[in-house]
Design a protein around this ligand. Structure first.
Ligand code: TRP
Length: 341
């Protein structure tokens, strides 16, 4: 049996943090062993929510994110690593899928409804492109005939919609695409340093991967702990402390002691956070070394992304030819010579 094909994407928002690493990247790296993988910096998706000020940073953000991927162990020899807009066929497929996607389906997507609510508060206008976000995501996946899509829980509604679009396309035009399946990452939710919400760059409760050990320590020292532990002599409650939750991921072999010292009030939170920072720094040492080394190779990231786009294009062109034929858009064959697809 053929290995399945994996596709996943991240919006290029700049340097990644511990949540991205534990929640997605570690999983992506592992999937390379079993599947043919395609990893995409979805720059067009980034445009659906960016302000013009953010878009000025897109190119730099693509580079920073790609460096993080490569340093984490994404292997461009094995996997295709590329930038979404560099293979513009995805925009063709997006338009064509738009013709078979009922608007009602899109308006019901929970992430869309949340976003509209936020935008209404700030009086921003909701773009046509934002409504089509899941259609573009579907186009990403099926353009490359991927069947397995590693994503977080929040993306599952998008994948359900992708399956519905695929079913409808296949019903209208004949069997063409496999229904893509979401593959949830088995990582515990990484709570941010505020102890309240998921670790996220926009909430500024994150620890960036590519920072110095000192900066990591400084960040970790700002973490909230058990709010009821006011004095050093108060016993702490590890089960409600997000520093303790992070210890479980980064302080192997020390967790039991840390639990005892917290509940017995024999160690204060500052010192406890110092141990966590050390654990995180140890876990990231190899990543950081590799990142420095890759960043120093002049032109390397650019070449990886160019080669990724070349390889992705080969698949994309075939799919577009097939879709055009199925949808009755293959006209005068001699016109094909005018364009690449
Ligand atoms: N919407 C995804 C996110 O915000 C990013 C994404 C775009 C994606 N296209 C994709 C993920 C295709 C998986 C497959 O996380």
């Amino acid at each position: 049996m053929d290995r399945g094909r994996v596709f996943s994407g991240m919006r290029p928002s700049g340097r990644l943090h511990l949540g991205n690493w534990m929640g997605a990247l570690v999983n992506w790296v592992a999937l390379q062993e079993e599947y043919e993988c395609i990893f995409c910096a979805v720059d067009v998706h980034a445009l659906t929510t960016s302000t013009p000020a953010d878009t000025r940073d897109i190119q730099a953000n693509i580079r920073e994110m790609t460096l993080d991927w490569l340093a984490a162990g994404i292997d461009p020899q094995r996997s295709i690593v590329f930038v979404q807009s560099w293979v513009p066929e995805v925009m063709v497929l997006h338009t064509l899928l738009g013709m078979v996607t009922p608007l009602g389906w899109l308006l019901r997507v929970p992430t869309f409804k949340d976003r509209v609510r936020q935008m209404e508060e700030t009086e921003e206008s909701v773009s046509y492109g934002l409504v089509g976000y899941p259609v573009l995501m579907t186009a990403d996946i099926i353009l490359y005939k991927a069947d397995t899509v590693p994503v977080g829980e929040d993306q599952m509604p998008h994948l359900e919609l992708a399956r519905e679009i695929v079913r409808r396309f296949n019903y209208l035009f004949g069997p063409t695409f496999a229904e893509p399946k979401g593959k949830l990452t088995e990582t515990p939710l990484i709570v941010g340093l505020d102890g309240q919400q998921k670790m996220s760059k926009s909430l500024d409760n994150h620890v960036e991967l590519a920072v110095s050990p000192e900066e990591t320590r400084r960040r970790v020292l700002t973490a909230f702990t058990d709010p009821q532990r006011l004095r050093r002599t108060d016993p702490g409650r590890p089960e409600v402390c997000n520093v303790y939750a992070l210890h479980q991921l980064f302080s192997q072999g020390k967790v039991e002691d840390i639990y005892q010292q917290c509940t017995g009030a024999t160690r204060g939170c500052v010192e406890c956070k110092g141990i966590l920072a050390e654990g995180i720094n140890n876990a990231l040492a190899e990543f950081r070394e590799r990142r420095r080394e890759i960043a120093a190779r002049s032109g390397y990231v650019e070449e990886v992304l160019a080669e990724g786009a070349r390889r992705a294009s080969v698949i994309a062109r075939e799919t577009i030819a097939e879709v055009r034929e199925k949808m009755g858009l293959l006209g005068n064959p001699s016109l094909a010579a005018l364009r690449d697809f």
